[in-house]
Design a protein around this ligand. Sequence first.
Ligand code: MG
Length: 356
Amino acid sequence: MRNRLLPILAAAATLAGSSPTLAQLSTGWKQHDMKRPLPPIVEPGEGKLPVPPPSDAIILFDGKSLDAWRSGDGGPAKWSVRDGAMEPVDGGGYAYSAQGFEDCQLHIEWAAPVPPKGKSQNRGNSGVFLQSQFEVQVLDSFDNVTYADGQAASIYGQYPPLANVSRKPGEWQSYDILFRAPQYKDDGTLLEPARMTVMHNGVFVQDNVKLLGPTSWMQHHPYTKRTGKIPIGLQDHGNPVRFRNIWVRELPSRTIEQPKDSYDPVVVKLSEPQINGLIGKYHREGGGTYEVLLKEGKLFFTLGGPLMEMIPHSATEFGLRYTAGLLEFKADEAGKAQSLRFEMGGSLSKGTRESP
Ligand code: MG
């Protein structure tokens, strides 16, 4: 973030102050506390960049064209392309991907300016904003101390990285980001916060952290409902940080419902004699024992390991509540099961009652 955003942020903070959700999420640290421990410095392995995109990746920048990028007003991105990299120009503002994304995997490579200029937050500052709201900080953190929650690969203002894996200015570095968008209830309140996992130069530095809210400066802001496919933003912080080889893989939404019938097969109500006729132990062909038992009014089947709840499809055929298996019993004239066949995972086994 930068100073010129202050009036907007101050206004937002005033609104946020009246929100009861403001105090609900916390890292236990005030923002930008210089006393917050800095992560250890880790030297990355030898760089193998650029990383070739996988076949299903959407290429956002291939080193040549800014076609996939826009400026804040929706017009062409006001960044420059030079030697296979894109970088902000004076007064150009943020660059936003023309395409929006929700849950995604993002790969991006960046290099801090050479020679390094400025200190702390004024040295090689930029940022990668998922859904235009959640910043993974870009900063020249090589030999440059700043507050822990604002250094390279921090979730800005919230989580320091687990390690400082920064390369020297001018050297290409990579972020691999796994982003899960926040989920909201119908009434607009938060159901599940945004989450991020980040690798910096091949080292995990953010471990599925739950974001406190959108990125803010000086004071945390609460979530406000904004969902769907939203552009990725690259920050113009007035420093000529260079970016290249940017690609995204969209991830399936987490709100896809489980197919219901795999957990709720047709239930047939069995009579007490029918239930009693199934209970007991069965010799398993080839060795071992099957058992059918009654617990709290429900029938369970076991091979000696977990108890699997039996869901009656008929008096003699059963599914299992959480396991894709089928059980079939053969009963004698008195209705007592004498044998069973059990199908699961492509194999079939049989059992005969121990004491008929
Ligand atoms: Mg930044």
